[in-house]
Write a protein that binds this ligand. Structure first.
Ligand code: ASP
Length: 343
């Protein structure tokens, strides 16, 4: 009897110790979060002083509803890549962002769209650049990944491919918005020389989404109209894998926004993954070294969103603001301005 009592006491003690350990681990290990998602709607000169209460409410509302869509899908165990597509499509369909409807104009007064997507598990990727009639460019990018043997298709070829594989196309006039057209007129009026004029008041507006799903798979996607007044069929970083978008299940999923030429030159998205993989940097260190270190030093403005394989989330930017939101099923965040400005 004595022995049975002793054994029971020991077992209870062991169970209690085990429970305490597990509970502490759960608290301290971000990998225990069910999923992680971050979205951005572009970085740039976004100051509270320049924003009307209505505009701010509209951006906050759409960021909230887009995030909620992603959260619900992830709670229902959706794949990371499906969440990325769905979330980006909603943002492409909103005239508030520089992607799909609401895209900026090039110097000829046309909308030319770029997008890309990447899956962390297989490192498959697809991208389109300089297309004028694909309603949801992220679907075009996904089709390149899943229905062709290529990674990046551009211009007329990409448009032809979209028709052949049944991706929705639309008359280019669909992408017109008065607000973006006026931005082009202002940019042209202030333009000097032949270099791409960067309006000091520039608000980027590209959209992106990065996800860690419940199965531990990462995915990233980015979609944009590029930069106002761009010339010569210019293509930015958004459809360049390793520059504007990257995903690898061993490390991280990233989507960038900002002055694309710099993100291409410094292979920003891949550099962050490489610092983590080869240099054992934490997500926070790698992101900060790039966005607040190298890019600032070189003169490249912008920001990015990143989710690592353990569910950590970083959303750094070196501009005044970045439309952004994130959730890990436990905590959620929606922000527009930087630290200098009250959120
Ligand atoms: N990175 C995009 C580009 O250079 C622009 C943006 O993020 O707004 O095309």
């Amino acid at each position: 009897m004595k022995n049975t009592l002793l054994t029971t006491c020991l077992l209870v003690l062991m169970w209690a110790c085990d429970s305490v350990d597990t509970a502490n681990e759960t608290k301290n290990r971000p990998s225990e979060v069910p999923y992680a998602i971050a979205i951005h709607g572009g970085a740039g000169t976004i100051l509270k002083a320049n924003m009307t209460a209505e505009m701010e409410a509209a951006y906050t509302q759409i960021l909230d509803s887009v995030l909620t869509t992603g959260e619900k899908m992830l709670e229902a165990d959706a794949d990371a890549v499906q969440v990325v597509i769905e979330v980006i499509k909603i943002m492409e369909n909103s005239p508030l962002f520089n992607a799909g409807k609401g895209a900026v104009f090039n110097t000829k007064g046309e909308n030319e769209l770029d997008a890309s997507i990447m899956i962390g598990e297989t490192q498959e990727a697809g991208a389109i650049g300089g297309v004028r009639n694909i309603k949801n460019p992220i679907e075009g990018a996904y089709a390149v990944m899943t229905k062709s043997e290529h990674v990046l298709l551009t211009g007329k070829g990409a448009e032809q491919f979209a028709v052949e594989v049944g991706v929705d196309t639309i008359d280019p006039s669909y992408f017109y918005t008065q607000r973006r057209y006026e931005s082009l007129q202002r940019a042209k009026a202030e333009e000097s020389g032949t270099s791409m004029y960067i309006n000091p008041d520039y608000k980027y507006g590209t959209v992106g989404c990065v996800v860690l799903d419940q199965s531990g798979n990462l995915a990233a996607g980015t979609s944009t109209g590029g930069m106002t007044n761009k010339k010569y069929n210019r293509i930015g970083d958004s459809p360049i894998i390793g520059a504007g978008t990257y995903a690898d299940n061993n490390t991280v999923a990233i989507s960038c926004t900002g002055h694309g030429e710099y993100f291409i030159r410094y292979a920003v998205a891949h550099d962050i993954a490489a610092r983590m993989e080869y240099g054992n940097a934490s997500l926070k260190e790698a992101c900060s070294d790039l966005v607040n270190g190298k890019l600032v030093e070189k003169g490249g403005s912008g920001g990015l969103i990143a989710v690592d394989k353990d569910g950590n989330i970083e959303m750094p930017f070196n501009t005044e603001g970045m439309y952004r939101a994130s959730s890990n099923g436990v905590n959620r965040f929606i922000g527009i301005y930087g630290n200098k400005d009250a959120e």
